[in-house]
Design a protein around this ligand. Structure first.
Ligand code: AFP
Length: 313
């Protein structure tokens, strides 16, 4: 039930989590991240787009916004008092914040995914994966929660604590209020979002694309994982994929920071997420920068991708 006097869709994030009886410490983590996003969205709108002069684990030059967003999130998570360990796509290793794990949570995050798109004014996002306790190298099916914040024409926060997928919109007071509840993705769709260079696609992936187009699917690709996944979730259909390529069999996207949180959300919305052979959420990460191919969205289309890859590689 909404608070007395408030319609369902004016309910704010904290009240929503309390209404759903979400663990108090988990609520604290989620709300600290939501608060941090206010500073990140301001830095995007007004910040320096220059280069920070540093590089991350993958040797990618870090934009000032990458570094700033990472610092904002790390400070808020440390301040929360309920976070044991964190790991960021922009940092080379796990950062311990507290020695005890009991009742606490650990967080893996990509502070500003798609940051290279900011200087051409395309949408970017923060991606977050949350586990109970201290262990961040668990299969994604063990996540306590997953969320992303999309910095687009509107700033939206999409979240699941294992009880459906829900969207919140940042209002003029920079507070998140509920806009969509229990988002569902249908079994098949009409859009596909193909990552990677097509001339490096395997026979199986090429056949998959041909069959999608034969069904009438249209290409929609922004180059940002968060807006491209958000499009499938909010349209309630379609598929995103960043496949294994002839020269990079593991694909590009990272399991801990990108694939596990989005796979958790997509499955909670009734969709599916596969590495082309098996469920993303069953993969056991052996290191923090593990990558995997991904096919994520409407169930029937994920199954079609797996069949094409099984038959043609
Ligand atoms: P950056 O964070 O380096 O901009 O990369 C964004 C991303 O990791 C993900 O957001 C996109 O889905 C994917 O890369 C796009 O990769 P391509 O530019 O190779 O299509």
């Amino acid at each position: 039930m909404a608070e007395a006097g408030k319609t369902r869709f004016q309910i704010n994030l904290r009240h929503f989590l309390r209404e759903r009886d979400v663990d108090r410490n988990l609520t604290r983590v989620i709300c600290e991240i939501a608060d941090a996003s206010k500073y990140i969205v301001n830095s995007i709108r007004t910040g320096d787009l220059g280069v920070a002069g540093t590089s991350n684990l993958y040797g990618e030059e870090q934009l000032a916004l990458d570094v700033l967003s990472d610092r904002i999130l790390r400070k808020r998570l440390a301040h929360s008092g309920v976070v044991a360990n964190i790991v960021s796509e922009e940092q080379p290793e796990i950062v311990p914040l507290s020695p005890d794990c009991e009742g606490k949570f650990s967080v893996a995050y990509d502070p500003l995914d798609g940051s290279s798109l900011v200087d051409v004014n395309l949408a970017v996002g923060t991606i977050v994966s949350i586990y109970a306790g201290c262990d961040l190298l668990q299969p994604g099916c063990n996540q306590a929660a997953a969320m992303y914040i999309l910095y687009g024409p509107r700033t939206t926060l999409v979240l699941s604590t294992g009880d459906g997928v829900h969207e919140f919109n940042m209002n003029q007071l920079m507070e998140y209020t509920l806009t969509r509840e229990n988002i569902q993705v249908g079994a098949s769709g009409s859009i596909y979002s193909p990552g990677g260079q097509r001339n490096k696609y395997t026979a199986g992936v090429r056949s998959f694309v041909e069959q999608l187009e034969a069904r009438g699917s249209k290409l929609r690709y922004s180059g940002g994982f968060v807006p491209d996944i958000n499009q499938v979730l909010m349209k309630g259909k379609g598929i995103f994929f960043y496949p294994h390529l002839n020269d990079t069999p593991e694909g590009k996207l990272r399991v801990l920071f990108e694939l596990n949180p989005m796979a958790f959300l997509m499955e909670q919305a009734g969709g599916a997420a596969s590495n082309g052979k098996s469920r993303i959420l069953d993969m056991v990460p052996d290191n923090i920068d593990m990558r995997a191919p991904v096919f994520i969205g409407s169930k029937d289309e994920v199954a079609l991708a797996e069949r094409c890859i099984a038959e043609q590689g």
